[in-house]
Design a protein around this ligand. Sequence first.
Ligand code: G3P
Length: 243
Amino acid sequence: MMIIGEGMISYPLIILNFKVYRESIGKNAVRLAKYAEEVSRELGISIAVAPAFTDLKMVVDSVSIPVLSQHVDPYPPGSWTGSIVVEMLREVGVVGSIVNHSEKRLILADIPVVLSRLREHGLISVLCTDTVETTKAGATLSPDIIAIEPPELIGTGISVSKAKPEVVTKAVEIVKEVNPHVHVLCGAGISLGEDVRRAIELGAEGVLLASAYVKAKDPKELLKSMAEDALKAWERRKHHLNL
Ligand code: G3P
């Protein structure tokens, strides 16, 4: 099965999770997605957006950068009131989904089901984990991407890459040991270009962020500085590794 979003995603990758902030729902979702598209195009960096479910179609129709769902349930189509099933995501035209975000946890038994349903339908999975231990377990399930986010830093403006650098390095190390094909992002509190730079220096292949972007006075400027720092750090890393 061809993976729909594969050609649209490269590294370093910035994923913007819009959550359901007042500033990021409805028309604001399109506005924020368009800034992301502009920065992606201007700097040649991969940026994906994850709007609320009700905004997905509108955003997919408005931009050409990859769009992800914030959540998907493990069920097949059927009698599951209020659920989001993978087939609905295919229909709406997203490239994949965030899975098990700490604000939208799945029970353990459902995680492999969701990952394989996404895979079967050619969609990308971004599996969220909260500790090094759950990251190790998550890597054995071979999602496309793992995003480690210590929940206590989410929405605080205190960046995981500054406050808990060892969590990022250990997560990267462990994922690459278990399955080198799984990409690793980190998130929680990422607010500045230097937070993104630090994340990449620690071995992450990108970041997942929400509040800093959604609530910024000038989201496009902020994203631009994050993207510039990501690209610079990525170049230095490639040079260092002689790639
Ligand atoms: O999914 C992103 C996330 O939970 C981090 O949120 O607001 O700390 O960037 P934030």
